[in-house]
Design a binder for this molecule. Structure first.
Ligand code: SF4
Length: 363
């Protein structure tokens, strides 16, 4: 189908919705088509929370966090009343920690408005942590607004459906315009979720299951013979590398010395073991001499962690340390480590020095 062939787009949307009615994913935050047809409405709090958690994070990773959050904080007002540290601890391991800080700021604002979320993209965009994609998703799913919701899955489906030759990210505007033309006014939220589900389960990045696709008769990339060529992407430059060292100090009873990172910046407000700065230089930053306090440091390996903008290599050192916690630090007993607000990179660092330490749960 040529992109300008608007006349067939409603038929494409209808086929997609029929498929969604039968094959949608059951997700803990989702109000499925059967419930909607009985008059149930999506809870904007659950839609918002899930969309924030799903930013740059997989559905599988989000499921258990979402369930734990809504069990503990069942409404936006309950979340607003929570302590920052408790939210950071509950978020630990999900990554992109500025989301957790914005989550609390947003909950505070919405709770102050009586717990009512704005029901338009514009209103949602004014809230902390909500960008154009998230505003469109919430407006569409929670409030049935005819917004164009375009995530990576949708980009892939639409690029293939219309065989878009413009490479991403330049193609985003074109894709968004095509999606906007297809959004059915009656079921915009289901259409958004149907396109995402098709991309996640059928129109996958590798080996799309075109045999089972409800849009196979409409798909230009399939007709041309090689859907995997789409979406076209410009080659990504390699991420820069930074290096540093992390120091795991262990008390006689197994407690680990921790400190809180500054509120602003990367991993702001999260908990860490003492580390050097993370630098692109190859000088002495990664030696034990750079430790914030002297101890008989022994090398315990190296870990690599990939952030959005750089890859970090941390040399890990461990030492027994018997003294009082230095100023700004605290001891976390072995049974408490699992519940600390440790980002994944710090869990890796501690587990490199003490295998399995962050996975141990309170008996
Ligand atoms: S036919 Fe294949 S490539 Fe085209 S939309 Fe369906 S799964 Fe994707």
């Amino acid at each position: 189908m040529a992109p300008q062939d608007k006349s067939r787009k409603p038929a494409v949307a209808a086929r997609l919705l029929n498929w969604y009615d039968a094959h949608h994913r059951e997700l803990p935050w989702r109000t499925g088509p059967a419930a909607l047809s009985k008059g149930e409405r999506p809870d904007p709090y659950r839609v918002w929370l899930s969309e924030i958690m799903l930013q740059q994070t997989t559905v599988e990773a989000v499921k258990s966090y979402f369930t734990a959050f809504v069990r503990r904080w069942p409404s936006v007002s309950a979340l607003a009343a929570a302590a920052n540290d408790d939210i950071m601890k509950a978020w630990a391991g999900l990554g992109y920690y500025s989301r957790a800080r914005n989550l609390k700021a947003c909950a505070d604002l919405v709770a102050a408005q009586g717990g009512i979320f704005p029901d338009t993209e514009e209103g949602l965009l004014a809230l902390p942590g909500i960008g154009p994609y998230t505003a469109a998703a919430i407006a569409s799913i929670a409030f049935a607004r005819p917004a164009a919701v375009v995530d990576g899955n949708v980009e892939r489906v639409v690029s293939r459906l219309f065989r878009i030759e413009t490479p991403l990210p330049q193609a985003k505007t074109e894709i968004r315009a095509l999606v906007q033309q297809m959004v059915p006014s009656g079921r915009p939220g289901d259409f958004a979720q149907a396109t995402m589900d098709l991309g996640a389960t059928i129109c996958t990045p590798r080996r799309p299951k075109c045999m089972f696709c409800p849009l196979r008769a409409d798909c230009d990339a399939l007709a041309a013979g090689d859907p995997e060529l789409y979406p076209v992407r410009l080659a990504k430059p390699e991420k820069p590398r930074r290096r540093g060292a992390a120091f795991v100090a262990i008390r006689e009873d197994g407690a680990v010395l921790l400190r809180k990172r500054p509120e602003k910046g990367l991993l702001g407000g999260m908990t860490e073991v003492p580390t050097t700065g993370w630098t692109a230089r190859l000088d002495g930053e990664t030696s034990p001499d750079a430790a914030p306090f002297p101890s008989p440091w022994k090398r315990a390996g190296q870990i690599t962690h990939v952030f959005t903008h750089f890859t970090l290599e941390l040399d890990i050192y461990r030492a027994s340390f018997g003294g009082r916690a230095p100023q700004g630090h605290f001891w976390s007993p072995p049974d408490d480590l699992h519940g600390e607000a440790l980002p994944t990179v710090m869990k890796k660092a501690i587990d490199a020095a003490i295998p399995g330490a962050t996975k141990r749960r309170k008996p």
